[in-house]
Design a protein around this ligand. Structure first.
Ligand SMILES: *Cc1c(COP(=O)(O)O)cnc(C)c1O
Length: 381
């Protein structure tokens, strides 16, 4: 099956043996009747498994070219489950240009459990090796990175990871399986905040994991069931519905993303535009190689780098909504320094480029002309 067909049918064979419904029913139940002790129809208790969640987990596995999918109550709950593969004393090498909540989870929670993190730039994968020692167990990457749109060469990082017998995790939230497939490039685990493009309609918070390896899947399932950070049946249904249009939505996100990036790049009040589709982007060649297109996320700074200019710009927007999050059908704008990345210390965030005037746009699927007109009036007001 090819990708567009998989978004609709992947893992969805014989979804409702009872009545043949085309969409899986929302099994809003905590438990299941047993005929005799231990004699059940595959489901015992909805923390362990729920048929609506199973339908979604199979769809996720299919889209990522994995064998197993797992769905959690949020992206961070999915990351939390991955980190529980580790033990005190273990070390993780992570990208420094990281989703703020992931940084907080690593640095304020898992650090206290004796796990050591090295936050480094990964644009040059060769630099990773100097941080590897006998305690290193995992490499954590995000690409494109948030909000600076750096591109990390997944295949090169995977080769280093394999050579040292580490687990490579890729947060694929920004790209989605439509644009890139990390498991095929050698990653061990692909993680998503399904809250974003997979759900796609800003109506649900969820996280997912996909893996190929049976043993790793079993460990993650054990953690999911033991810790209990699962996705509920109603949310599983919503993300499954969202997935069915992932390919058409992503195509338009990419088209509008390009139009917005090109418009901003020529505007006299704009300083830098961060979007991996520009030939001048430092990682353009890798982006072109590992991604099908360049996505709908665009960041930029204004000339003079004044926070007040950035704040005024986002307040002036009318079609774009000032809000956290990304990946929905509607266009959103955010000010990372005071919103998504406020939990990262100023010196840390400025090292990676998250300066006071930086604005991040999640370009939606509205008409391109309306989006450009909105940016124009907000910049020129
Ligand atoms: C939103 C996000 C997360 C966290 O996911 P939640 O669903 O908000 O818990 C992790 N990584 C990236 C790249 C994100 O954008």
């Amino acid at each position: 099956m090819k990708f567009n067909t998989k978004t609709i049918h992947g893992g969805q064979e014989d979804i409702d043996p009872a009545y043949g419904s085309v969409m899986p029913p929302i099994y809003q139940t905590s438990t299941y009747k047993q005929r005799s002790p231990g004699e059940h129809q595959g489901y015992e208790y909805s923390r362990s498994a729920n048929p609506t969640r199973t339908a979604l987990e199979k769809a996720i596995a299919s889209l990522e070219n994995g064998k197993h999918g797992l769905a959690f109550g949020s992206g961070l709950a999915a990351i939390d489950a991955v980190m529980k593969l580790l033990k005190p004393g273990d070390e993780v090498i992570s990208t420094n240009d990281l989703y703020g909540g992931t940084y907080r989870l690593f640095n304020s929670i898992f650090k206290n459990f004796g796990i050591k993190f090295h936050f480094i730039g990964m644009s040059n994968p060769d630099e990773i090796e100097s941080y590897i020692n006998t305690n290193t167990k995992m490499i954590w990457t995000e690409t494109p990175t948030n909000p600076m749109m750096n591109i990390i060469d997944i295949e090169s990082v995977a080769q280093i990871s394999k050579k040292h017998n580490l687990k490579l995790v890729v947060d694929n939230t920004f790209a989605t399986a439509y644009l890139q497939q990390p498991l095929d490039l050698g990653a061990d685990i692909v993680m998503h905040s399904a809250t974003k493009y997979l759900g796609g309609h800003s109506d649900v918070v969820m996280g997912t994991l996909a893996v190929k390896d049976d043993e790793l899947a079993e460990k993650l399932y054990f953690i999911q069931n033991s810790s209990g950070g699962i996705a509920g049946p109603m949310d599983s249904f919503l993300v499954l519905r969202g997935l069915k249009t992932l390919h058409v939505r992503m195509q338009r996100h990419c088209e509008n993303g390009r139009a917005v990036a090109e418009y901003l790049a020529q505007h006299p009040k704009v300083d830098k535009v961060y979007w991996p589709g520009f030939e001048t982007h430092p990682n353009y060649d890798i982006a072109k190689k590992q991604m099908k297109d360049f996505g709908g996320m665009v960041s930029f700074t204004t000339k003079g780098n004044k926070q007040s200019d950035a704040v005024q710009f986002v307040e002036n927007l009318k079609v774009f909504t000032l809000a956290e999050s990304l990946g929905g059908v509607e266009s959103l704008a955010g000010h990372p320094a005071s919103m998504t990345h406020a939990s990262i210390p100023k010196e840390e965030r400025e090292k990676t480029g998250v300066v006071d005037s930086l604005i991040r746009l999640s370009v939606g699927i509205e008409d391109e002309e309306d989006l450009i007109a909105d940016l124009k009036q907000a910049l020129e007001a």
